[in-house]
Each structure stands twice: as C-alpha cells, then as structure tokens.
Design a protein around this ligand. Structure first.
Ligand SMILES: [Zn+2]
Length: 428
C-alpha cells in the first residue's frame, strides 16, 4: 500500500474528550473516527486490524466445530417479551417501531433469536450438540459512552451459542469454548486472565467466566492468587461471601497457600452456562431417544471484537505510539525512504516494496513528499512491527532496520533485511 493514497488522516493532538491512551492513539494515528458519542467509523488501517482479529476468531471457532451464521440486528420485540428481557433490560436496550407500529429492538445479544431458530429447526436429539456463532454489530444505549471502542453504543461482537441434550453435554461445550477462547486470546497477543464472574443481564443457572485483558484503565477489578491460577471478578468474589480489603493479607479460597492481590481488567470475553433459562421461556424443545420432548440445554459465549483493538493498544504502546503485535498489525513492514527527491533512495525503496509484495509480505511504503520528521513521527505512531528506513546509504545498498517492539536498530544490507523479513512474515 502506498501511503500517499492511503486514507489515514493523522492528528497532531488527540481531542480533549479522549481520556484513555488507546482512544487517543487510535484517533491520532488514523485508525478510527467518531461519528457520534460511542459510535465510530473504522478507517482502512483500523478495518485491516479488525479483519485480522476476526480471522483468528473464525479459524479457532471453526477448528472447534462451531458453525458461522448471520442473524439480523433488528429483532421483533415479541421474542424479548417472551424471554422476559424486554422489561428487564432497561434503557440500554434500543427500541424502535416500524411504519406499522410494531415494536422492534436492536440486538445487544442474540439469545432469543438463536433459541427460537434452533428450537424451530432442530426436532431430534440426533442433531445435537450444535454450536452456532456470528460476528456482528451490536447495539447498547450506554448512558455514558466513553474510552473510545471500550464502551461504545455500536460495537462488533463474536457471539456463540451451544445447544446440548443435557447438562453433561453443556459441560463439554463450555469446556471446549473456554479452551478455544484461551487459544484466541493467546494468538491475539493479549495479556489476559480467565476469572470467575457473574452472569449480569444475560442470566443463567450455572458458572460463568470472564476473560480479562489486564490494563490499569480497566473498569473491572479482579482478585488473583499469588500461588495458583485462581482469579475472580471482585463483584463475584464479594457476592460469594468473601470480604473486601483484598490486597495482600487475604488467603486464597482455592489453595489457601497464596494471598490475593487486585488487578484491573478490560472484559474481552465472557462464557456462560445458560442451562434452560431461554429454552424454557421460548419453549425450545427436541425429542429424546424415547420421543419425549425435552428443553434444549444452552451455553453462550461472547467476545468483544472491536473492544479488543483498544485492549491491545492499552497493552502495547509507548510514548511515541502503538506497537502492534505481528499477528494483527495492519501491515508487517513500513518502508520509509527519507527523501522522495532522491532518486537512488526512491528506486531502492520501490525495488524492496515490489520484492516483498511479491513474496506475500504486507508492506506500507511512505512515498509521501513530507519532511523526515513527519514521516518518522507517523511511522512510530502507526506502529508496524518492522520499519525499514532508506536514507543516504542507499547508494551502497544499506538500509536501517528498526524493530518497533524491541527498539533494536541496525544498519544492514538490503538483501539481508529482505531475507529476515521474509522468514518472519511470509505466509505459510
Ligand atoms: Zn490460590
């Protein structure tokens, strides 16, 4: 991609209402723009990162045997009345009428739609278990949208729903999704903890876990053991009858050896054992091996896809800008010729660009006629894993190789750099 034609407007200063660093950096480096409070446009660089996050999620969900579907955002209110959530959900549920005066909602989640679907279409235990998922835009009318993509009113989610014949089946589906989530978040390069939690407005009868990306600006407080892998959302921990005042001095409820300490987290995933809460209210049943009608036993599993962008930037940045983990960086390599007026530099840059592109490496080349200072500032802010600076030594075939994460810089022969980059990023 040539930066001279890339639609990526950068800002010298972040808007004053952008309080957290991820919001500031995503705006300044041209990944997102705000349309209205809590509602954002993804610009080309942001959209590329989202695509990569989505791809990792799809690969792992498909590998686990889940099947992708696409459900509508606009849902008839009757379904929500049947489940009881039309009244319970409160003002965060966006409600609207069509021209005939019929009530609809814009879905914040899809338990009702998917339960009705599977209840209508799956009449036998032979078709179970099944796990369905989608990647879709959700709506929630937050009173105070804030922190950019972390708490928006329109956001992208991956939601999945499992349907089993009984609780032991649900246990297996839950375990499978729990493990799949660990794989997804590891591949995304997130520093995260799985914590015991409460079900909130989703409801449900069994255990639930949240996946928390650790970050100081996180809205959730976690208690975690110093000795074992016990961790819980503090709200859940307090409800379980434990007392607060948790930093140090409080023994772990699981191993009793370690003590608990507090961490802050951003919720990026949540898995629930719903049981029959929705299938009972919506009468979603199947026939068992004796022909007896039984309720579907369900689980649901969410990932906050757009929110992951912010969580990753919170965990991966410095005072100059974003440091994208290679797996989801919008491009792998930033080729930066210092002077567009220098023919030798431009020829070498162009040659490297063509070579890498042919090898399947994703390259952004800064072919803009800008001052070197502007180019370097933008390059650090955008934060691609490797920068290749082409300057005065281009005539001798030497370039500067900069690793954005380790900050390592070295002068190398251009062939050596190309070979290094190819080894690191060449698609399989
Ligand atoms: Zn412990």
């Amino acid at each position: 991609m040539r930066q001279s034609t890339l639609f990526s407007p950068t800002l010298r200063e972040a808007p004053s209402d952008a309080e957290v660093i991820s919001h500031q950096l995503l705006l300044r480096s041209g990944f997102i723009r705000q349309l209205a409070s809590g509602i954002y446009t993804y610009l080309p660089l942001g959209r590329r990162v989202l695509h990569k996050v989505e791809r990792i999620i799809r690969e792992e969900m498909d590998r686990a045997g889940a099947q992708e579907i696409g459900m509508p955002s606009m849902q008839p209110a009757e379904l929500w009345t049947e489940s009881g959530r039309y009244a319970d959900y409160g003002p965060e549920l966006i409600r609207l009428k069509d021209r005939h005066g019929r009530d609809f909602v814009l879905g914040p989640t899809h338990e009702e739609v998917v339960t009705a679907l599977v209840g209508n279409e799956t009449n036998s235990y032979r078709k179970l278990p099944i796990i369905l998922y989608q990647l879709q835009t959700k709506f929630r009318d937050e009173r105070r949208p804030r922190s950019g993509l972390l708490r928006g009113r329109e956001f992208l989610m991956k939601d999945a729903y499992s349907f089993d014949t009984d609780w032991s089946g649900l246990e297996k589906s839950y375990e499978l999704m729990y493990e799949t989530y660990q794989k997804i978040f590891r591949r995304l390069g997130l520093n995260f903890r799985a914590v015991e939690a409460d079900a909130g407005t989703i409801g449900g009868e069994g255990e639930t876990h949240e996946f928390m990306a650790l970050a100081d600006i996180g809205e959730d407080t976690i208690v975690a053991c110093t000795n074992c892998d016990y961790a819980a959302n503090v709200e859940h921990f307090v409800k379980e009858g434990e007392t607060v005042g948790l930093n140090g001095d409080h023994p772990c409820p699981r191993c009793a050896q370690g003590t608990l300490h507090e961490l802050k987290g951003i919720e990026v995933g949540h898995v629930f054992k719903l049981g029959t809460r929705y299938s009972e209210r919506l009468q979603a049943t199947f026939a068992d091996s004796c022909g007896i009608q039984k309720l579907l036993v369900m689980g649901c599993y969410g990932i906050g896809v757009s929110r992951i962008l912010s969580a990753i930037v919170e965990q991966n940045h410095d005072d100059k800008g974003i440091i994208w983990p290679p797996a989801i960086a919008p491009y792998h390599v930033h080729v930066v010729p210092i002077s567009t007026k220098d023919e030798v530099q431009m020829n070498l840059a162009e040659q490297v660009y063509q070579t890498l592109c042919k090898l399947g490496i994703e390259v952004l080349i800064d072919d803009r006629d800008e001052r070197p200072g502007v180019k370097f500032t933008d390059s650090e802010m955008i934060g691609l894993p490797v920068q290749m600076v082409i300057g005065k030594q281009a005539a001798e075939g030497y370039v500067e190789y900069k690793d954005r994460s380790s900050k390592e810089r070295k002068i190398m022969g251009v062939d050596e750099v190309v070979s290094d980059i190819t080894k690191r990023f060449k698609p399989n």
